[in-house]
Design a protein around this ligand. Structure first.
Ligand SMILES: [Zn+2]
Length: 323
């Protein structure tokens, strides 16, 4: 299944078993079919009720809202529910000796964190940044589109699994938390209809990650964009243009960086006020839908009263960096 993919952050897709019996499943673009029967395509979303039974003392974590656990004899069953449609690549399974911590997000949104006892001291302070990051995102993007949020410290990647971000140790950074939470507006509630439009996920998430970093840590968005612009030509050469990436180059930096530069150019033309209004209106007007490039282009032209068709198509399809 992974023979043709070159992602460096994921050694294998689908269901994984790690040391000590812990297990997890992450899958982008495909892999959910390795642990439950599913039409594993982003256009085919579903509602989920999940029950995970683990040995007593262990925790079973999934996407959706935590609905509590019951313990019987030597095993515990953890229940999870999604009341908004979920694309199969945004589902999650994780079993480990996690400890659970609770928190409250903006407007009282319930949050749970799931962290292994030996990692709590290091990882819990990062997880606890979530409410503040969500407040910052809500100011820019309007209400967080789901009834709960969470973070589980598992896997060897960082993934925007719906309502339960999954972060491996290398990815446990506040800016990555901001990136994965931004995906809940770009990717989770508005999902690309096919993987050709992965730029719709990663371009926006990268842009909001950089803006969050500029606002909270260091640097300016202009400096970040000018830095990544220096790689654009090479990324296109190596992986293809972001809207027509090479078949064996799924999830490479070209679908992150180049569309983020494209968005920054749109911001320069619209000005800050209209740009942020646009990034807020797109997910709010298209909650729980799947979309594609044609729909976005049509919408942004109508929404802004400007014509971005050529700009967007050139940035997504050109083999060389647009001027
Ligand atoms: Zn991402």
């Amino acid at each position: 299944m992974d023979a043709k993919q070159r992602r460096e952050d994921i050694s294998m897709l689908g269901f994984r078993i790690g040391g000590g019996g812990r297990a997890w499943a992450l899958q982008e673009p495909f892999g959910a079919f390795t642990w439950f029967p599913v039409n594993d395509h982003p256009s085919d979303e579903a509602l989920y009720d999940v029950a995970i039974t683990v040995p007593k003392g262990w925790s079973g974590v999934a996407h959706g809202t935590y609905k509590g656990k019951t313990t019987e004899g030597r095993s515990s069953t953890f229940r999870w529910q999604s009341t908004d449609p979920v694309a199969s690549y945004l589902t999650l399974f994780a079993a480990d000796k996690f400890r659970m911590f609770t928190d409250k997000g903006p407007r009282g949104i319930p949050i749970t964190y799931w962290i292994r006892p030996q990692d709590v001291r290091k990882q819990l302070p990062v997880a606890r940044r979530m409410p503040a990051i969500l407040r910052w995102l809500e100011k820019k993007l309007g209400p967080y589109p789901f009834p709960s949020a969470g973070l589980v410290a598992t896997s060897d990647s960082g993934m925007e699994t719906q309502q339960m971000v999954a972060l491996g140790p290398r990815y446990m950074e506040p800016s990555v938390v901001a990136h994965e939470l931004a995906h809940h507006w770009f990717g989770d509630t508005v999902t690309p209809r096919t993987w050709r439009d992965m730029w719709m996920n990663e371009g926006f998430a990268m842009y909001f990650e950089m803006q969050w970093y500029a606002d909270h840590e260091d640097g300016t968005i202009d400096a970040f964009i000018s830095n990544i612009r220096a790689y654009d030509a090479e990324l296109r050469r190596e992986n293809g243009p972001p809207g027509k990436y090479r078949r064996d180059a799924f999830g490479q930096s070209n679908v992150y960086y180049s569309p983020a530069i494209m968005l920054h150019e749109i911001r320069k033309r619209l000005g800050d006020k209209k740009f942020w209004a646009m990034t807020r209106a797109w997910p709010q007007e298209h909650r729980n839908t799947t979309q594609d490039r044609a729909a976005f282009v049509k919408w942004i032209n109508e929404h802004t009263g400007r014509n971005f068709t050529k700009h967007i198509n050139t940035w997504l399809d050109s083999k060389t960096t647009p001027r």
